[in-house]
Design a protein around this ligand. Structure first.
Ligand code: KIV
Length: 264
């Protein structure tokens, strides 16, 4: 696989070519994903749940993410690698810059942060200092205690309008990717059309430019819970490489997620 940059994803958006992405946490799986030409990998703070067995992502530290970022980078030299900034690691723009530097030095090409308009200054500071940013909106798991659970976001008109304007504010501040989690497909479509930057969805229908899955869900091996919008591609294909190839092909063809894996 050739080295993937943000320009390749912008070209995908402009040409209407959908792309698949996945979480990854170690070198072996990163290599497997790269062998199937997965263009983007995310070292997600979901590692708190799928690797560490915790109930949520809040205990994950910058050191945890940096450790797994080094492993994933070792296995996939060519993917565009995003790394999550964990809970409270970007509470101020200054903290964000310091912690993002640790993740970029570990091998990330971009950091992902969760939240809306309050992050505008942080996104500006990071991008001015050469740290590309992905803005994660919708069901932002670090806010689980504010939401009172893992609930679909953006169902009512006011919330939906706010999410559209947050996405645009973050894009205008410099965010190079927007990621939407667990929002109605109609809202995801609005945001994807409104944004110039690539929009990646999870639980947001097949209307976004890209899709992401937590790899343990893709293989049907998550310890606690399989979200309704995820699909066990390993059960369908019986082989890990084929499962990854099928996921990528289904996303590219727009057949995943189908109606059964979409939030109306
Ligand atoms: O941490 C993670 O894996 C994520 C994905 C669910 C997008 O943020």
């Amino acid at each position: 696989m050739k080295k993937i940059t943000i320009n390749d994803l912008i070209k995908c958006k402009q040409e209407g070519r959908k792309f698949a992405t996945s979480t990854a946490y170690d070198a072996s799986f990163a290599q497997l994903f790269e062998s199937q030409e997965m263009p983007v990998l995310l070292v997600g703070d979901s590692l708190g749940m799928v690797l560490q067995g915790k109930n949520d992502t809040l205990p994950v530290t910058v050191e945890n993410i940096a450790y797994h970022t080094k492993m994933v980078r070792a296995g996939s030299p060519n993917c565009l690698l995003m790394s999550d900034m964990p809970f409270m690691s970007y509470a101020t723009p200054e903290q964000a810059c310091e912690n993002a530097a640790t993740l970029m030095r570990a091998g990330a090409n971009m950091v992902k942060i969760e939240g809306g308009r309050w992050l505008v200054e942080t996104v500006e500071k990071l991008t001015e200092r050469a740290v590309p940013v992905c803005a994660h909106l919708g069901l932002t798991p670090q806010s689980v205690n504010i939401f009172g659970g893992y609930k679909i976001q953006g169902r009512d008109q006011e919330q939906a309008d706010k999410m559209v304007s947050d996405a645009l504010a973050l894009q205008n501040a410099g965010a190079q990717i927007v990621l939407l989690e667990c929002v109605p497909a109609s809202l995801a479509e609005r945001i994807t059309k409104a944004c110039n930057v690539p929009v990646i969805g999870i639980g947001a229908g097949n209307v976004t430019d890209g899709q992401i899955l937590v790899m343990h869900d893709m293989f049907g091996i998550s310890a606690n819970y399989m979200p309704k919008f995820s699909k066990d591609f390993l059960a369908e294909t019986g082989d890990m490489r084929k499962a990854v190839a099928k996921y990528i092909a289904d996303v590219q063809q727009g057949t995943f997620p189908d109606d059964a894996h979409t939030i109306a």
